[in-house]
Design a protein around this ligand. Structure first.
Ligand code: CP
Ligand code: NVA
Length: 305
């Protein structure tokens, strides 16, 4: 049977996603109760990182170890990938030796090409276009704090980037309305927005977009690979800061999320991570639990305790 991959959220059905998130919450409780779990004994995850990471690397590596398996960190500096070995050749070789492969890279096409010849499941751990693993953690965190997100309004404030694109996918799959507030010229991909017109509305004023929302989300103004644009972006994005004044326009019990790392004084005010609606530390921890559920699903086909 062909391997299942996780390149965007669309690779799972709504039913699979909901069951996966239930399982992630179960794994979180089981882990917090100190129970050990050996579901991935002797299994190996290869982790290819062409961009920096704290949360993604730690959560995948710790997650594999906690399930009885192991993870291998591969950087282009130390492998033949960095010396131009074709991605398909690398994929054939690596996937013949491990049980799953996780890739963080620039072009989304790189993970698609890798997956097209991989014998084992491939996980997108962030490309320039999508960050689906983060959405698993965000959706798990919302339901743990507020229950089902179906029918809610969610507001994305800032750059129409990889995270924003994954929120667009999530809006369709989880059934929420997504308001996106972004400066002119920084809206998400036109074709993606057009294909999700029924669930996505674009605003230029973040205050209008935030009104009545159950969840406000933002991210850095310059993503990895856009360092040269950082100063120009700071000028344009200044009115798009998430702060307590903006939160006050959302629903009274609105949550705040940020995938981190955050830049205080830029996309968030200094005090935003400590705001009563902020769930950013649970959101970060849930990367661990959501990805353990994802690994069990992709490697074992298992979505149950
Ligand atoms: N949110 C996230 O993916 O963080 P890292 O870049 O630290 O992995
Ligand atoms: N949009 C950010 C997310 C980092 C986790 C980036 O791509 O750098």
């Amino acid at each position: 049977m062909a391997a299942r991959h996780f390149l965007t959220l669309n690779d799972l059905s709504t039913d699979e996603l909901n069951r996966l998130l239930d399982h992630a919450s179960f794994l979180r409780r089981e882990w917090q109760a100190g129970k050990s779990r050996n579901s991935l004994a002797n299994r190996v995850l290869a982790m290819i990182f062409e961009k920096s990471s704290t949360r993604t690397r730690v959560s995948f590596e710790a997650g594999m170890a906690q399930l009885g398996g192991s993870a291998m960190f591969l950087s282009p500096r130390d492998t033949q990938l960095g010396r131009g070995e074709p991605i398909e050749d690398s994929a054939r070789v690596i996937s013949s030796m491990v049980d799953a492969v996780m890739i963080r890279t620039f072009a989304h096409d790189t993970v698609s090409r890798f997956a097209s010849v991989s014998r084992v499941p491939v996980i997108n751990a962030l490309t320039d276009d999508f960050h689906p693993c983060q959405l698993l953690a965000d959706m798990q965190t919302f339901r743990e704090h507020r229950g089902d997100i179906r029918g809610a309004t969610v507001t994305w404030v800032g750059d129409g980037n990889n995270m924003c694109n994954s929120y667009i996918n999530a809006a369709r799959l989880f059934g929420f309305q997504l308001n996106i507030a972004c400066p002119d010229g920084y809206a998400p991909d036109t074709a993606l927005v057009a294909a999700h017109q029924d669930v996505v509305t674009i605003f230029s004023d973040p205050r209008e977009a935030a009104r009545g929302s159950s969840l406000i989300v933002t991210d850095v103004w310059a993503s990895m690979g856009q360092e040269a644009e950082a100063e120009a972006r700071r000028q344009v994005f200044t009115p798009y800061q998430v702060n307590p004044e903006l939160m006050a326009l959302a629903a009274p019990d609105a949550l705040f999320m940020h995938c981190l790392p955050a830049h205080r004084g830029e996309e968030i005010s200094d005090d935003m991570l400590e705001h009563p609606g902020s769930v950013v530390w649970d959101e970060a921890e849930n990367r661990l639990h959501a990805q353990k559920a994802l690994l069990e699903f992709l490697i074992l086909g298992r979505l149950e305790p």
